[in-house]
Design a protein around this ligand. Structure first.
Ligand code: G3P
Ligand code: CA
Length: 253
């Protein structure tokens, strides 16, 4: 099963579940990724960071406090930065109850278990590396994990993105066949240089115009935009020619 990372039809952008189906399940958990598939997502997005012992795990924020019960499990370790906790400690945390009742079984997943669990389920993966400057060598560890789970390396299954464009250039040289997404809104004058290693430009939807999309397309790149949770915004962006829409509500369109 090869998911279509890039939708074939014009006006029908690739539907990307932001941190999974995060409007309906706790973000960056296996439950949210599986639900995204059931809601019809073409791809799911996730955020990768590292623990104190250099294990790759999924967490959006630099600290554990918003999306886990860390404050009650480790009350004396405020402000609970992920980088101060080992994987074994993180495994003890409930990563679902903050979202609502019925989610207490969720744990912070490792990247490895996510790649293993989600392969072959018909969705592609948009893998964001958060704050890579804080995790020296993370590109080596992500590359090793992807090679271990090589199902994801077939064409059309994976895009790696970051707000750190220089880091993505380094990553591209390490794994040149993996499509690279750059988060943010580069100036038009920067686009040609970036197209040497970027496959897609991924701006916030408020900055997307038809002219900007056209400039990016003329350089052979795609546009994936975020975070679009309103149906009218979805329609506008689709008509402006974006290739992918990143949403908390993949069941919406
Ligand atoms: O994929 C786009 C989006 O995830 C970037 O912002 O803060 O939700 O990681 P953020
Ligand atoms: Ca993200």
């Amino acid at each position: 099963l090869t998911p279509a990372v890039y939708a074939a039809a014009a006006d029908n952008p690739t539907n990307v579940a932001h941190r999974g189906a995060s409007a309906d399940a706790p973000e960056n958990t296996l439950a949210a990724f599986k639900l995204a598939g059931r809601q019809g997502a073409d791809m799911f997005e996730l955020d990768v960071r590292e623990t104190k012992d250099h294990q790759l795990v999924l967490l959006h924020d630099p600290t554990l406090s918003r999306t886990t019960n860390v404050e009650s499990v480790f009350p004396d370790r405020a402000p609970w930065p992920l980088s101060a906790f080992t994987l074994e400690e993180i495994r003890r945390l409930d990563a679902g109850s903050w979202f609502g009742p019925g989610h207490s079984a969720e744990r912070i997943p490792t990247l490895g278990e996510t790649l293993h669990t989600m392969k072959g389920r018909g969705m592609g993966l948009l893998l964001e590396i958060k704050d890579p400057d804080q995790y020296p060598g993370i590109e080596r560890r992500v590359a090793a994990e992807l090679r271990k789970n090589s199902w994801w390396l077939q064409p059309g299954r994976l895009v790696v993105q970051s707000f750190d464009w220089r880091f993505m250039r380094t990553f591209h040289h390490r794994m040149p066949r993996i499509p690279v997404g750059l988060l943010g809104t580069p100036a038009v004058s920067q686009l040609r240089t970036l197209s040497a290693y970027a496959t897609q430009i991924n701006p916030p939807y408020q900055y997307v115009t038809r002219a900007y999309v056209n400039r990016i397309h003329r350089l052979g790149m795609k546009v994936f935009t975020w975070t679009v949770n309103d149906r009218n915004d979805w329609r506008r962006l689709a008509s402006q020619g974006v290739d992918g829409i990143i949403t908390d509500r993949p069941g919406m369109p």
